[in-house]
Design a protein around this ligand. Structure first.
Ligand code: 4AD
Ligand code: MG
Length: 451
């Protein structure tokens, strides 16, 4: 019976006849047999196969196997006398499905740099590191959905093609249908790729009460940093009858829940990252789950940071946005834990954030984490029609174009709030990967590799 290697290594049912399918990692020959290390992607570990020299195709096939070849092996699972593994497969047949020329196959048995692996994004998931990242990413995604579904949030598939620029930062990729003009590129109208599903999520929150969207978002920023992508995935809940405090509570619960889930379900993969990528990673994640996050206001953050003259490339003063170096200083050095920063100046935040009574700040919140900086950005939304229109006018936004958004305030408006969790930044934090390009299968940054 065909089995995944992870199942075999967990169940350890010796004396059973099984068939596995996977790719050769290494072959080692001894006097009367060969050891084949086979990986099928189900887990980090390889299954050791014993292929005796008296197999009918030993000379012709087995003795020529090398890294990357695909095989189907049938045999009997038995206890392994070797250290570090409980079971091995005594092969009764080894079928070679596809050869991989050892002269040209790029993934030979040595450690390749992550930079090199980026240049072969079609082969890199076959490595231990990228295979583990992919499994952890998948589990995190599953945990995100579990979290919201358990709490009775409805998932809304917000559009990729939109007319709105939620963040107003001028980072929209305009789209143009072939044959259409530059002025009216989408069959007679302007349209772009979404920078955030928030505005449409608000529509549904104000009818279904609590919703979330989890999909790809796009930012036309020509930046080459370790935490920015032109295409990234965002988790965006939106809740009616919710203020900033309830928003903070949800974001905190979400982060703790998904990390706890991964700690419980990706033990082997996290151990790999803990050893080779970030020492102390597991302890860091456990601390996030078990300890309280720090909560400070933007003004308090600026007070702390502006005392440290000469520490930063960009000086800090009230009214300027926090840079990555400031965010990291707060979470990595000063507090050594996730830090929730609230009440940013209205002048540096988008039009939809609710104006505080001081008329200078908005009910915004960012969550900063060690090693990355901002991982979550959100706010209570401006639910007052008069204040919202004033803010939109100040920002130079065409009120007519956003008539549908204003209708939400005209008809049954309620306090509501939501946030966006950058999914790749979450995967970076969970795996310890320093560069965001390692945690998405096909990173889209300026000059990306073809695929
Ligand atoms: O802070 P941002 O821009 O917030 C929004 O888009 C809101 N509309 C979300 C909402 O309230 N529903 O982005 C949210 C998060 C950031 O905190 C960051 O983690 C991530 O998205 N992010 C990026 N991740 C990778 N590459 C980029 N270029 C990113 N820009 C933002
Ligand atoms: Mg932000």
């Amino acid at each position: 019976m065909f089995k995944r290697i992870q199942t075999l290594l967990t169940q350890k049912e010796t004396h059973k006849k099984v068939t596995i399918r996977g790719w050769i990692r290494t072959r080692r020959d001894t006097g009367s047999f060969s050891f084949l290390e086979v990986n099928d992607g189900s887990c980090l570990a390889n299954l050791q196969v014993i292929a005796d020299k008296d197999l009918p195709n030993y000379e012709e096939d087995v003795s020529k196997l090398s890294a990357g070849c695909s095989v189907v092996v049938a045999g009997t699972l038995q206890e392994s006398p070797a250290k570090g593994q409980d079971v091995e497969l005594q092969a009764e047949s080894v079928e070679v499905v596809g050869w991989a020329d050892p002269e040209s196959y790029p993934l030979q048995k040595k450690r390749h740099s992550l930079e090199f692996l980026r240049s072969i994004s079609h082969l890199r998931p076959r490595t231990n590191a990228l295979g583990a990242v992919t499994r952890v990413r998948s589990r995190l995604s599953f945990a995100v959905h579990s979290f919201f579904q358990k709490r009775d949030f409805a998932q809304v598939h917000t559009p990729i093609i939109t007319t709105s620029d939620c963040e107003g930062a001028g980072e929209v990729f305009q789209i143009r249908a072939s044959g259409e003009t530059k002025e009216k590129p989408f069959f007679g109208q302007q349209a772009g790729l979404t920078v955030s599903g928030q505005l449409q999520a608000e529509v549904y929150a104000l009818s279904l009460g609590q919703v979330y969207t989890f999909g790809p978002t796009f930012r036309a920023e020509n930046s080459n940093t370790s935490r920015h992508l032109a295409e990234f995935w965002m988790v965006e809940p939106e809740m009616a009858f919710c203020d900033l405090d309830c928003n903070i509570e949800l974001a905190t619960d979400l982060l703790k829940f998904v990390l706890q889930d991964v700690l419980a379900n990706c033990v082997e993969d996290l151990a790999l990252f803990d050893t080779f990528v970030e020492k102390g990673l597991v302890k860091k994640l456990q601390d996030v789950v078990n300890k309280e996050f720090v909560h400070i206001t933007y003004t308090e953050a600026v007070d702390q940071l502006s005392m440290l003259k000469g520490t930063f490339e960009y000086p800090v003063e009230w009214g300027v946005d926090l840079q990555s170096e400031h965010e990291r200083y707060l979470s990595e050095i000063l507090y050594k834990c996730p830090v929730i920063v609230t009440d940013y100046p209205a002048s540096i935040k988008p039009f939809y954030m609710r104006l505080n009574d001081d008329e200078k700040t908005v009910a915004a919140m960012d969550i900063l984490v060690p090693g990355i900086g901002e991982i979550v950005g959100g706010s209570q939304r401006e639910e007052r029609l008069d204040v919202l229109t004033r803010r939109m006018n100040e920002a130079g936004i065409d009120l007519e174009e956003y008539g549908w958004y204003l209708d939400l305030r005209r008809y049954g408006t309620v306090p509501h709030a939501g946030f966006g969790l950058g999914f790749e930044r979450l995967v970076q934090f969970t795996t310890g990967m320093k560069n965001i390009r390692e945690v998405i299968p096909f990173p889209r940054t300026p000059g990306f590799a073809p695929c």
